[in-house]
Structures are given as structure tokens and as C-alpha cells.
Design a protein around this ligand. Structure first.
Ligand SMILES: Cc1cc2nc3c(=O)[nH]c(=O)nc-3n(C[C@H](O)[C@H](O)[C@H](O)COP(=O)(O)OP(=O)(O)OC[C@H]3O[C@@H](n4cnc5c(N)ncnc54)[C@H](O)[C@@H]3O)c2cc1C
Length: 433
């Protein structure tokens, strides 16, 4: 089908599968038709893990693909800011793994507690052990709790981070609903690198969207750990237009850190001696690769997993691939779309390796939409290639600063189309938004 014949909506939805286009056509017919032997285990059924499982089965329906995921259902971080802003409900972002199972992926709902790279086996919380020929881990992120005095997992049930979607998202939403008009909301962003670079600013926008309608005397402070942020010009332009005077951005120095947090009184102190108090606080801590990566000694001194950026095979342990937020993936941001794109490259690398054929030259992509309101969208998109064995950006850009109301509304529609497309591509699930 030509692009001309596709409706605009279908085209954006199809972008969700764009990463596949660069690797699938490479497989020659004799290789595409042959069967690989072996068991691939995937740890984590988020954007990276689910996509990899799905594509391994699509590339090679004969392959045994086992995906171990701690939760029965995935609640997606993409679009979770719309729940915080009161636009969608959490169940609209909650998806099961039925589609993956239909595609032949064996899904085990359990926690991987241990990986033994020398024996090539994993242990589950239930006590079961499983052998693998190749292991892919996409465990997402965990938090460096130790950097903020007074903040830990238990404290996050009072002052939520809402940086893993689900209960935390709903908690933050409820706190905003309970806040009186004239209240102060504080969002503290983490130092780079962190999952979803535009996420905190989209969150401030959609909270402002809610407050403008229901509690117009309220204010939002963004206490930034960084000097600048993703799509900054576009966000600040949108804030001036839609929420004049409501959002205050406090620039960080790239070394600004939160020193302590008293969750009961909601008082926060920075390393520069500033003190902040707010009615609703959203503190997003500094991040590192998911715990299982640390326990398996797959991480570098910064807490992320170095990989061969062509195949995503760990540089620390053979036959273990790390994708998604946990990996060090050159210039790619830590996003769901990046994880989806990396997963396809990784699947192609594993199949190539199992069939002893060289891997194709990979291409990777990322598109990230942000909603400043339900009718005002902005985006950033990029294509990446390997340069000197590192993933480097070769083209891309952001939405224009000069654009009509109609253009921004179309981008907001594209954001919803993107979400439907990427969820279907990653989780083989249909979205109701
Ligand atoms: C507010 C917010 C908004 C965002 N919006 C966007 C957006 O619009 N577009 C975009 O592209 N990205 C967005 N992101 C980023 C995106 O959510 C992440 O980059 C993406 O989820 C990374 O995928 P992953 O596979 O690395 O990790 P995840 O999707 O987090 O998946 C990890 C999975 O591994 C499981 N797991 C971990 N350890 C184990 C274990 N030991 N055993 C079994 N299971 C385990 C977890 O339960 C989890 O399901 C957003 C993030 C946030 C916080």
C-alpha cells in the first residue's frame, strides 16, 4: 500500500512499526524461512521486552520465546500524564498480554530474582529455574533513593514520584483533586539521564490544564535539576499561551540536587540551601537500571548497562542482551519508542547470531509527542545510525515554533494515533482512547 492511500491516522499508527521496516526486509528468503533452534528468555514485559518477544516470534515462529514479567498487566507510562491531568482513566492505559500469548509468546508472571550468566539460567521468585540460549533483559529503571535524605519507596506513598505508572499515577491524581484552589504544586525533576526527558514538562502542562479549569488560583513550580530541558522553547511558548503566570520553572545548575525531603510536612531542601514547601509534591528521584541488572553485574559506574550498540549484547556478559531504559544506547533518549526500536534491532541480532549470518546495518528511531493540552501537541523525532560503534543521530527535529492552532491540534491527534500504534506494535493490544 502506498502512503498516498493511507489515511493520516493510519500513517501515524503505522509509524509505531517504523523500526521494523529497517531490519525485516534484510532477511533473505532462505534465512527468513529457515528455523532457529533455541530458547530465548526475555526479562520484563514493558516496551522493550514485549516488543522483542513479539518480533522474535514474528521473525521466527518456530522459536521458543519465554517472557517473564512481574505484573499481570502493563500500565503504560506514555499517556500517564493525561491521567494526572484528569483527561483519561488509568484503565485506558492498562493492557494485558493476551495478544502476545496469541502470537506464541509464553508469558510467565513472576519476578526474576537471579541470573546466572555462566550456567545460562534464571531463577524465579516461585523457585523455578529456567535455562536459556539467549537472554534479553529490559527491566526499565529503578531509583537512587539514597541520594535524597528522607525519601524512599515507603515515603513515595506520601509524596509520589509517579515515574512508574499505576498506583503512583492515581495517587498523584487524587492529591491534586484534594488540593484547595490557590494551592501550590511542586514537581522536582531528576538529574540527567532519566526516563522520558520531556515527561516532567508535559506533566506540568497537563496539571496546569486541570488547575486552570478547576482551581485557577493555584500555581505550579518546576524545580529543575538541569540547566535546560527537552523541547524547552515549545513548552515555554505553550505555557505562555495557555497558562500565563501559572507555571514557574526554576532552572537548575546540572549539579543542583535535593538534599532532603520531609514527606509529612512536604518540605524539601536543596544542596544550595533553598527550602520549598508545597501542598502537592511530585519528587522524581535520580535513576539507574532496574535492580536485576545490578544484581547480575551488568552495570557501569553510573548504574546503566553498557552494550554493543549494534546487537545490544552486554559488554559484561555474553549471550545477555540489554535493551530499553536500562541500556546505554548512544544518543537515543530513554523512551518507550526507543525501547521498541531497539527491541527490533536486538531481535534481528539474535536471529542472525542463532543462524550464524552477519547482522544487517541497523537503523533506530524515536518519536516523542507531548501534550501541552488535549488540543495542543508538540513533538520531537529522530533517526539514528551506528557511527564508530555508537548510536548517533543522523536526522530529526522538533515541531516548528511558528504554527497555527490547527497544526498544534493535529499534533495532539497524532499523539493519540502514535499511542494506539505503538501499544499495538509492542503489546499486541488494542487501545481505547
Ligand atoms: C510520565 C512518563 C511519560 C512517558 N511518556 C512517554 C511517551 O510519550 N513516549 C515514549 O516513547 N516514552 C514515554 N515514557 C518513557 C517510557 O515509559 C519508558 O522509556 C519505557 O517504558 C522503557 O521501556 P523498558 O522496556 O525499558 O521499561 P519498562 O517499560 O518500564 O518495562 C520494564 C518491565 O520489566 C519488569 N521487570 C523489571 N524487573 C523485573 C524482574 N526482575 N522480573 C520480572 N519482571 C521485571 C517491570 O515489571 C516492567 O514491566 C514516559 C515515561 C514516563 C515516566
Amino acid at each position: 500500500m502506498t502512503i498516498k492511500k493511507l489515511s493520516r491516522r493510519k500513517f501515524i499508527e503505522a509509524l509505531g512499526t517504523a523500526g521494523a521496516i529497517s531490519v525485516v526486509p534484510w532477511l533473505p528468503a532462505n534465512i527468513a524461512q529457515a528455523k532457529s533452534a533455541g530458547r530465548i528468555i526475555i526479562v520484563g514485559g514493558g516496551y522493550g521486552g514485549a516488543t522483542c518477544a513479539n518480533y522474535l516470534r514474528q521473525y521466527d515462529p518456530g522459536l521458543e520465546v519465554v517472557m517473564v514479567e512481574a505484573s499481570k498487566k502493563i500500565v503504560t507510562c506514555p499517556f500517564s500524564n493525561t491521567v494526572i491531568g484528569g483527561i483519561y482513566k488509568i484503565n485506558q492505559l492498562t493492557h494485558g498480554y493476551g495478544g502476545l500469548k496469541k502470537n506464541g509468546v509464553k508469558v510467565i508472571n513472576d519476578l526474576v530474582t537471579n541470573i546466572d550468566p555462566s550456567e545460562k539460567k534464571i531463577r524465579l521468585k516461585s523457585g523455578e529455574t529456567l535455562k536459556y540460549d539467549r537472554l534479553v533483559i529490559s527491566p526499565g529503571i529503578d531509583f537512587k533513593w539514597e541520594l535524597i535524605d528522607g525519601y524512599d519507596e515507603a515515603a513515595s506513598r506520601i509524596v509520589p514520584h509517579a515515574w512508574k505508572a499505576g498506583e503512583q499515577t492515581v495517587l498523584l491524581r487524587k492529591q491534586l483533586e484534594a488540593m484547595p484552589d490557590g494551592g501550590k504544586v511542586l514537581i522536582a525533576t531528576p538529574p540527567k539521564p532519566f526516563r522520558c526527558p520531556p515527561g516532567p514538562y508535559e506533566r506540568a502542562s497537563l496539571i496546569a490544564h486541570y488547575l486552570k479549569k478547576h482551581k485557577p488560583k493555584s500555581k505550579i513550580i518546576i524545580l529543575d535539576a538541569n540547566k535546560k530541558f527537552s523541547k524547552q522553547g515549545l513548552f515555554t511558548q505553550g505555557w505562555k499561551k495557555l497558562y500565563p503566570g501559572m507555571i514557574e520553572w526554576i532552572q537548575g545548575s546540572d549539579t543542583t540536587e535535593i538534599e532532603s525531603l520531609d514527606v509529612k510536612s512536604r518540605v524539601l531542601k536543596t544542596t544550595f540551601g533553598q527550602t520549598f514547601k508545597a501542598d502537592v509534591m511530585n519528587v522524581i528521584p535520580a535513576q539507574k537500571a532496574g535492580v536485576i541488572a545490578h544484581r547480575t553485574d551488568l552495570v557501569n559506574e553510573y548504574g546503566w548497562c553498557p552494550v554493543d550498540q549494534r546487537t545490544f549484547e552486554s559488554t559484561k556478559h555474553k549471550h545477555i542482551h540489554v535493551i530499553g531504559d536500562a541500556s546505554v544506547a548512544g544518543a537515543m533518549p530513554k523512551s518507550g519508542y526507543s525501547a521498541n526500536s531497539q527491541a527490533k534491532v536486538c531481535a534481528a541480532a539474535i536471529i542472525s547470531s542463532l543462524r550464524s549470518v552477519p547482522m544487517p546495518e541497523p537503523a533506530y528511531s524515536n518519536t516523542c509527542y507531548s501534550l501541552i493540552s488535549p488540543d495542543y501537541g508538540i513533538s520531537v523525532a529522530a533517526v539514528y545510525r551506528l557511527k564508530d560503534n555508537k548510536i548517533a543521530k543522523v536526522s530529526g527535529g522538533v515541531s516548528p515554533t511558528k504554527a497555527s492552532k490547527r497544526f498544534r491540534r493535529d499534533e495532539a491527534d497524532h499523539a493519540r494515533d502514535w499511542y494506539r500504534g505503538v501499544v499495538e506494535d509492542s503489546f499486541a493490544a488494542k487501545v481505547k482512547i
